[in-house]
Design a protein around this ligand. Structure first.
Ligand code: ME8
Length: 522
């Protein structure tokens, strides 16, 4: 493996346990998995965290509705998210639950630090609260319906709350946050979200109520009978709990904090890019390096919702397309950061064009020709022409440079566009060189062409591992590449020919369209 390039820490949001995982959660988690896998192969020491957010009024109410205790409810739903990680082949290093003891200690540790430094005071709270969002809203943010209901910008209904509460002096952080954003122009990405956060903070911040007394399903506030922590201060702390906080000298904390990327959906950017850095700065802890807020998936133009019955689960995706093709499609289809619309039609078109006909066909054509025309032995040769060398340079050297650059700014779709261009170039090379004709005309040249293609497949298989781990591993197995020769440093070595391969097997079957299947059945 390559030299160690240092530490890299990436997190998903921790998901609420009131829902089953769907396309949206799958998307966020898969995007993080791709980055984690990429960085590991690139020589970084990676920590990748996901988990579940298990406190708050919403969970308490959901449990009551089902007639179970909140703990039973969370145990059941948290498992769904662990299963998601397993079925989507997610390589997380830890899975955190906010009901764990280690987390309570961390949340209380952060709270104590904020009290010690004078950032928390007691008062009484009255205002509008949306249980669905677990968020407070100002009067000016709400719309009032004909029957007097207050509706938050997210569409959630708000209720009037009045209770004794502890407050965090968020209002004191308006200027420091603006300075922080200015000094760290890449802290909030993409740019459109940065602008949105900047204008919110420039409007001035109000102190934030951070404890509740009307229910008890939360982390207890230290030395304050009857108060539990507001679910967001509890939840955000998970990112440091997993590193051993409140022990700031813990090895993991020293090594991995500040996080490189908190990946979130655009719905929760404010919590991550405003509240979280303010809490951290107040506690004298460095804010994360980046918060990336990706866009929202709709389904054939509609919002995904239980009432519309259009919720897509990761299991639906896997059943139709398989794990790897689903991972590829989600990240290829939509420019990361933009909203996207899911349809089976687009998924089938994309997967068939780029995986079945693109990479799959390239591998199958090449390996079958080697199997048939070279007695299954990868040719050993060095008589490369300029055309061969140009293709090898593109796929062995230039491709990884492009992908590395694009993934450093979370442009998954661009990284995959470069990958597709490389596959297309190799497929065009096959068509131009027509190795099937060379068998009789110029067998030595045929060997050079087939070697060049085998080497392209090795390099393509290596660089695409983070996106399609299982299939790329099958491909590299077919080329008999050792497990320890699959890191990106292996791209600067060359495939040594002269060994025998097994009969090749297709890696990406074409997906039949529904109408095609129906047509055949008729
Ligand atoms: O907000 N499209 O949890 P949550 C894309 N517990 N992404 C989507 C999506 C969609 N239609 N729907 C959901 C919470 N997501 C808090 C987080 S973190 C300290 C606490 C993804 O279960 C997206 O990443 O509501 C979004 O931010 C997240 O799921 C919200 O998950």
């Amino acid at each position: 493996m390559a030299e160690n390039k240092g530490a890299y820490y990436i997190t998903t949001p921790i998901y609420y346990v009131n829902d089953k995982p769907h396309l949206g959660h799958t998307y966020t988690t898969v995007s993080c998995d791709v980055l984690a896998r990429f960085k590991r192969l690139d020589g970084y020491d990676v920590m990748f965290l996901t988990g579940t957010d298990e406190h708050g009024l919403k969970v308490k109410q959901a449990a009551e509705k089902k007639g179970v205790t909140p703990q039973e409810h969370t145990d059941f739903f948290s498992k769904n998210f662990r299963d998601l990680a397993e079925v989507m082949n997610i390589s997380n290093d830890d899975f955190i639950r906010t009901t764990e003891e280690r987390h309570k200690l961390a949340a209380q540790g952060l709270w104590n630090k904020l009290v010690e430094k004078g950032h928390i005071y007691k008062d009484s709270y009255s205002g509008w609260y949306a249980v669905r969002d677990e968020a407070y809203y100002g009067e000016d943010e709400l719309t009032v319906t004909a029957d007097g209901k207050r509706i938050a910008p997210s569409g959630a209904e708000c209720e009037w709350m009045e209770e004794e509460s502890y407050f965090f002096k968020l209002s004191e952080w308006t200027e420091p946050l603006l300075k922080f954003y200015e000094d760290h122009p890449d802290f909030i990405m993409p740019q459109s979200r940065r602008n949105e956060v900047l204008s919110f903070v420039k409007g001035g911040l109000r102190d934030l109520s951070i404890s509740r007394t009307t229910f008890d399903w939360g982390v207890k506030v230290p030395n304050a009978e009857g108060h539990v922590m507001y679910v967001w201060i509890d939840a955000l702390t998970n990112y440091i709990t997993a590193l051993g906080y409140p022990d700031e000298n813990a090895d993991m904390f020293k090594k991995f904090w500040p996080a490189d990327v908190h990946m979130v959906g655009k719905d929760i950017i404010r919590f991550h890019a405003v509240y979280w850095p303010a809490f951290l700065m107040a506690a004298n802890i460095a804010p994360p390096k980046r918060v990336f807020a990706h866009g929202w998936w709709t389904i054939e133009g509609e919002k995904m919702s239980k009432s519309l019955g259009n919720v897509i689960s990761p299991y639906d995706l896997i059943e139709k397309y398989g794990v790897d093709a689903s991972r590829y499609f989600m990240l290829r289809e939509v420019p990361f950061g933009n909203d996207g619309d899911f349809s089976d039609e687009q998924a089938v078109t994309r997967i068939n064009a780029e995986l079945a006909n693109g990479l799959g066909n390239l591998a199958q054509r090449t390996l079958s020709m080697i199997f048939k025309n070279c007695d299954a032995v990868i040719p050993a040769t060095s008589a490369f022409t300029d055309v061969d060398n140009a293709l090898l340079k593109m796929i062995r050297e230039e491709l990884i440079t492009h992908i590395r650059r694009e993934l450093d700014v979370q442009k998954f779709h661009e990284a995959l566009r470069y990958f597709k261009m490389a596959v297309d170039a190799a497929n065009a090379y096959i068509d131009e060189q027509a190795p099937w004709k060379l068998k009789k005309e110029d067998p030595a040249r045929m060997e050079v062409v087939l070697y060049t293609l085998a080497e392209c497949i090795r390099c393509l298989g290596i660089v695409i591992q983070p996106f399609i781990p299982e299939t790329s591993s099958k491909l590299l197995d077919q080329l008999k590449i050792d497990a320890d020769a699959r890191g990106f440093d292996a791209l600067s070595t060359a495939l040594v020919g002269g060994f025998t391969i097994d009969k090749p097997e297709g890696i990406f079957p074409r997906i039949e369209r529904k109408d095609e299947t129906e047509g055949q059945a008729a």
